[in-house]
Ligand binder design. Structure first.
Ligand code: LMR
Length: 334
């Protein structure tokens, strides 16, 4: 009798618990590798705030910045397995997924301005690239800006010859590998979270990155020189697990789409200022000497690195490369 009683009490208790269960928020784990005070960090935090406010608590976004949950390669695997729901990897990190087309963004000197970049990311070419992720179970939600890459090292790099023999950390992109091989440097793929230590211990001599990434990871404290080279671009694709996204209630999905649209605007609006502020802070720190290239010196870099375009064209897709040239006005002969 007692056992039956206990069972009835148990069933009643779980029935009472049901409404509470039904109201449990949808949790979105958003993992990324930069600190919270970067364009990406601020974009992710804005998305969290807007998604939670507008869904009135039906969605909870947990943001894990600075590789606290996963590093570069692991986070993509975690997304595909459903262990996290959102990421914003840099566009240079999609190659290992087998979507080599994304490496078109890494071609040196292909963009002269953010406006040229936006012509791609906000147009059909950018949307077409995001679509390619779907076969990997990934849905592309937006492009976020960071900015132009600069070059850091323990020697002053002004001329293409200065790169010779320098061990330089790169993101996992074959185009970036070819770019640094074109000037006889020794590129090494490494997770973003490991770069500071690798610089400190001499495992690498230098790297390329945006100023906001260098400053927030303290690279300037372990690099003697930063050359303002603007030779390439770092931007992001905000992505989610397609199955997760498709399975959301329609009203929640549209709230999240709205939150993403507004977070995208914020991230893109602040990106340039974040990099400008980082430059000022690096200069003020006095820890790393900032070098500016003359137009003639920069033209030499371009001449040396542009052979990467022809070399990598067949891997990226020649038509895609030509379509990018058409949109950006890039002329490999100039
Ligand atoms: C890097 O790995 O160098 C960066 O692109 C990291 C990031 O996400 O900005």
């Amino acid at each position: 009798m007692n056992r039956i009683h206990a069972a009835i009490v148990g069933i009643a208790a779980s029935l009472f618990a049901l409404p509470a269960l039904a109201q449990a928020p949808i949790v979105i784990k958003f993992s990324h590798v930069t600190t919270a005070d970067t364009p990406k960090g601020k974009g992710a935090d804005t998305f969290k705030r807007l998604a939670e406010e507008r869904s009135k608590g039906r969605v909870k976004v947990e943001v894990y910045p600075n590789s606290t949950l996963y590093k570069d390669k692991e986070e993509l695997e975690a997304l595909q397995l459903g262990a996290v729901q959102m990421l914003a990897p840099s566009l240079a990190k999609f190659g290992p997924l087998g979507v080599r087309e994304f490496e078109v963004f890494d071609l040196p000197f292909i963009f002269d301005s953010i406006e040229e970049m936006h012509r791609i990311t906000q147009g059909p070419l950018g949307q077409g690239l995001l679509k390619k992720l779907e076969s990997r179970g990934i849905l592309g939600l937006a492009y976020w800006d960071n900015g132009f890459k600069q070059t850091s090292a323990n020697k002053a790099i002004r001329k293409p010859e200065d790169f010779k023999g320098q061990k330089l950390r790169i993101q996992s992109s074959k185009v970036l590998e070819a770019q640094f091989r074109s000037v006889n440097a020794l590129p090494q793929v490494m997770a973003f979270s490991e770069v500071y230590q690798a610089m400190q211990t001499g495992v690498v001599d230098g790297s390329e990155n945006t100023l906001s990434n260098m400053y927030t990871q303290k690279h300037h404290e372990v690099q003697k020189f930063i050359t303002l080279s603007d030779h390439g671009y770092i931007g992001y694709a905000v992505i989610t697990n397609k199955k997760f996204w498709d399975g959301l209630p329609a009203d929640i999905r549209s709230i999240l789409e709205g939150a993403m649209k507004d977070a995208t605007k914020l991230a893109n609006d602040i990106a340039k200022k974040e990099n400008d502020d980082a430059l000022e802070a690096i200069r003020k720190s006095g820890k790393s000497q900032v070098l500016t290239l003359t137009p003639a010196e920069r033209a030499e870099w371009k001449k040396a690195m542009v052979k990467t375009h022809r070399e990598m064209e067949s891997k990226i897709g020649p038509e895609l490369v030509q379509a990018f040239y058409k949109e950006t006005g890039f002329d490999p002969a100039k």
